[in-house]
Design a protein around this ligand. Structure first.
Ligand code: GCU
Length: 657
């Protein structure tokens, strides 16, 4: 079995009699060719017989046709004894219907007659790759880039495999380069890289994917030779317009730009005393004639903080930078907002901009690259976290105010919004380093297309498609996945406080790693208390939420416990809802987290003969590492707190001194 095919690794469907299908359609074009290719790969693998192209007596026709009443990316599948039909609004919908049908067949859900109709929850379902042109990947944990090497753009078989994999879960937009647009990356806009980008985009088009680039706001200077990048300067505007004209004319499925501006050293409109809205709108004008979009990131904060300054709060800053600009962005600008206010920690509150912005297109930015969640050496299935965030009620308005309502725009008639994720792929054979990390990629795409799916449903599908649906495999892998995020949270930095990692690499425990640094992420542990006060008596962060959230977060008594140390400075003798002191709670969860990993490892070991050996061994090696590493986390944190407080574990377990 070839695991490079991840969940598209079609295998025989048990108890299916050999079935001859015929593929029937009037439609023609590159997407249709790819649909035929998919059936030609999948059906023989599952049912043992190559499908016929065109009508033929004695076969079961799979009919593909358009119904323009349907949304372009929507599909309807109807199956009865005599035929299967897939209807969609456009070719891309037929492609999604094809992948859905094959998924049903593979997971045993296509034996009886059925009808299903789906249309995408989110207009944009976007992959953000942080790939650099030298082939490295910022926060990449699965090898090198497959888009770039040695300052060149790579287009090969893997480009097609990539596009196919992404389309199979409904991703329709891909930003191929890092948001930090450095070295030769600003030149992706120019003729120098046009030819391979055209080729790449053509492959993407066959799978319904739009190509986006991250751009450097200083491009008019860096690339265009102008002496300014001021968004209000006429020459700058003309330069961007001309540049966009060339790109969009050469690349019909070019989507637009992703921009990190005035953030962590990236250049932006502040240099000229202009606002984010002025910067974004200037770019929006340049891409508008071609239906292009500007995705502008809200990850903006002062990364030159002094640890002695106890007033400035990084958590407050993204909101403060954007809230006053609400309603000032052009309609083809989307603000891309990280799920939390700081930076993809294992637990953060939902970003307050979701509850605050009322007249601005929003997209949520998740991170499936496991930067802070074990770097694809720990299992950490993030879908339960994403589910919680999407269902979070923001109190932005009277109704339809969960995060998923806001970013999908479906109740507001917004076209420009959706979900993005920082990707976890690289050129490793299995794409994601850890085989189980592929569940995050699969799950992100599935959830972006169908935002009501549960993490359990997604896990079931992914396991059946990836490893087959043998019952013990299904059960154990599901349990491992579902336990993994809570386990990681238990042995990590406690109760939303975050960080406590080794600087720069962000891997492994280091309680004081960022404590005296400039990044604004402090725990301020003393012998008696831990945390920063972000209530109205402290930095005021809690007040960025609408009521009743502002009051709820403001008080220790009503703050959800899992976020206690995000919002409050709390004494170690504070009594938790479990009846334990805060200190004892932290000790306990750190012991439990390691025990959970032990259980996960045992469950994996029982699958030894049921999982393809290479994949089994890869996961085993990583889980063994995870076990040792979780002990390191446990002991570093428990020992640190024990040394500070000199209060031993009430259960007498070993805490090093
Ligand atoms: C994090 C990450 C950086 C990245 C940044 C971003 O801080 O560590 O590598 O550039 O997020 O989202 O822009």
């Amino acid at each position: 079995m070839d695991y490079t095919k991840v969940w598209l690794n079609y295998r025989p469907v048990k108890s299916a009699s050999a079935q001859v299908f015929s593929l029937c359609t009037q439609e023609k074009g590159p997407i249709i060719d790819n649909i035929f290719a998919e059936f030609d790969t999948a059906l023989p693998a599952m049912y043992g017989i190559v499908p016929v192209h065109g009508y033929k007596d004695g076969t079961i026709p799979i009919e593909l046709s358009l119904d323009t009443v349907l949304h372009a990316e929507a599909y309807r599948i109807e199956k009865n004894e005599k035929k299967i039909s897939i209807t969609a609004g456009a070719h891309v919908g037929l492609l999604y219907g094809t992948f859905a049908l094959l998924r049903f067949m593979q997971t045993g859900k296509a034996s009886a007659d059925f009808t299903v109709e789906k249309s995408p929850s989110n207009p944009l379902r976007m992959a953000n790759h942080w790939d650099n042109m030298d082939g490295s990947i910022e926060r990449g944990y699965s090898g090198k880039s497959f888009f770039f090497a040695d300052d060149k753009v790579i287009v090969n078989e893997r480009t097609r495999d990539y596009a196919r994999m992404m389309a199979s879960v409904g991703i329709n937009a891909s930003v191929i380069n890092n948001v930090n647009v450095r070295f030769s990356a600003p030149f992706l806009l120019t003729e120098r890289y046009r030819k391979p980008l055209i080729e790449m985009a053509k492959i993407f088009a066959g799978y319904g994917i739009k190509l986006f680039l991250s751009v450097n706001f200083a491009s008019p200077v860096r690339v265009g030779g102008l002496d300014t990048a001021d968004p209000l300067d006429k020459n700058v505007q003309v330069w961007w317009r001309d540049t966009c004209k060339d790109i969009f004319e050469d690349i019909p499925n070019f989507g637009g730009f992703l921009v990190k501006a005035d953030s962590e050293g990236e250049f932006g409109p502040f240099a000229y005393g202009r606002t984010h809205a002025e910067g974004a709108n200037m770019l929006a004008d340049a891409v508008r004639p071609y239906g292009g979009i500007i995705v502008w990131r809200c990850f903006v904060y002062n990364c030159q903080q002094d640890w002695r300054d106890n007033i400035t709060d990084r958590a407050c800053q993204s909101y403060l930078n954007f809230i006053e600009l609400d309603g000032k962005f052009a309609d083809n600008v989307i603000l891309q907002i990280k799920n939390g206010p700081v930076d993809f920690q294992v637990r953060e509150p939902v970003h307050p901009l979701f509850g605050g912005l009322k007249h601005t297109n929003m997209m949520i930015e998740f991170q499936i690259a496991q930067e802070y969640t074990g770097q694809q050496r720990h299992v950490c299935y993030l879908l339960p976290e994403f589910r919680e965030i999407l269902d979070f009620k923001t109190y932005n308005g009277e109704e339809f105010d969960t995060v998923k309502d806001l970013v999908s725009g479906k109740n507001y008639g917004y076209k420009n919004c959706g979900m993005a994720a920082v990707m976890n792929t690289g050129n490793d054979k299995n794409w994601t380093g850890h085989d189980l990390a592929a569940a995050n990629l699969y799950g992100f795409g599935r959830l972006a297309y169908e935002d009501t799916l549960t993490p359990e449903e997604i896990a079931q599908e992914w396991i059946a498609l990836t490893f087959g649906n043998e019952s013990q495999v299904m059960e154990n892998v599901q349990k491992i996945l579902m336990m993994s995020w809570p386990a990681y949270e238990k042995y990590n930095a406690p109760l939303g406080i975050g960080w406590m990692v080794n600087p720069n690499v962000h891997f492994g425990p280091n309680v004081d790693g960022y404590e005296y640094d400039r990044w604004g992420t402090y725990h301020r542990i003393s012998h008696s208390a831990i945390g920063r006060d972000r209530s109205s008596r402290g930095t005021g962060y809690s007040q960025q939420y609408p009521e009743p959230l502002a009051s709820m977060y403001d008080q220790i008594e009503t703050c959800p416990e899992e976020l206690l140390l995000f919002f409050h400075r709390v004494r170690f003798d504070h009594i938790m809802s479990t009846g334990e002191t805060l200190l004892q709670y932290i000790y306990n969860t750190h012991f439990e987290g390691v025990e959970d990993v032990e259980k996960m490892l045992t469950m994996w070991e029982t699958l030894k003969d049921k999982i393809e050996p290479e994949s089994y061994a890869r996961v085993l090696e990583r889980m063994q590492f995870q076990l040792e590493h979780s002990k390191e986390w446990r002991d570093r944190i428990n020992t640190y707190l024990y040394r500070m407080t000199e209060i031993p574990d009430a259960k007498g377990r070993k805490i090093y001194d």
